[in-house]
Design a protein around this ligand. Structure first.
Ligand code: VGL
Ligand code: ZN
Length: 198
């Protein structure tokens, strides 16, 4: 049994000045860097969308950013265009320590479906492959940090707990978007799924 630190989407577009900035997102870079040494493995995820991605409001004429539509796989929030493949906004925050990262998992690269979770796309069925990677390496205890607490961190943590991993979210090293109470809802849902909030 070994411990992995999973750093979710610490990218320029989710930090102040970025296209989908999370308040205080840059404040958690140094704490995350400091955590890395305490883990057997460090894994980074990277939101990575093609220009025609279905989660971008501007790909739906007349739709407002932060509104919700129904996709074939369920409800989908429409976001400002962010983390476009290869763009500066998709890069990791310039101060994030990358040397310890043994895997960079990209997600959300299929135009027709979003992927908040690092484990499954938003249909809750298409795997990213991360579960197999972690199991093959014996990384059974997972600590999650990064952005955003109430979307990609929460969805990843809940999926990981359902898959049988021992999961905690280090809340001081996260920040939330907090769309219509999503932060409190995410905390309740994580707790109900057996995720420890520390
Ligand atoms: C995220 C919205 C859209 C996240 C990614 O990393 O939480 N949120 N894409
Ligand atoms: Zn995204």
């Amino acid at each position: 049994m070994a411990d992995a630190l999973i750093v979710i989407d610490m990218q320029a577009d989710f930090c102040p000045g970025g296209a989908l900035a999370v308040a205080g997102g840059d404040e958690i870079v140094a704490p995350i860097n400091a955590l890395m040494d305490g883990f057997d493995a460090v894994i980074l995820t990277q939101d990575w969308h093609p220009a025609d991605h279905a989660s971008f409001a501007d790909n739906h004429p007349g739709a407002a950013p932060f509104s919700t539509i129904t996709m074939p796989y369920g409800p989908q929030v429409l976001w400002p265009r962010h983390c476009v493949i290869g763009s500066p906004g998709a890069a990791f925050h310039a101060d994030l320590a990358l040397d310890r990262a043994e895997l960079v998992l990209r997600k959300g690269f299929r135009a027709a479906i979003d992927s908040y979770s690092a484990f499954f796309e938003n249909d809750h069925a298409t795997p990213t492959g991360l579960a197999g990677y972690l199991r093959d390496r014996g990384l059974t205890r997972l600590s999650l940090v990064g952005l955003a607490h109430d979307f990609c961190v929460a969805w990843s943590a809940i999926d990981a707990a359902r898959l049988g991993f021992e999961v905690r979210v280090i809340e001081a090293a996260t920040r939330a978007i907090d769309l219509e109470g999503s932060r409190d809802r995410a905390r309740r849902d994580m707790t109900a799924a057996g995720v420890a909030l520390v």
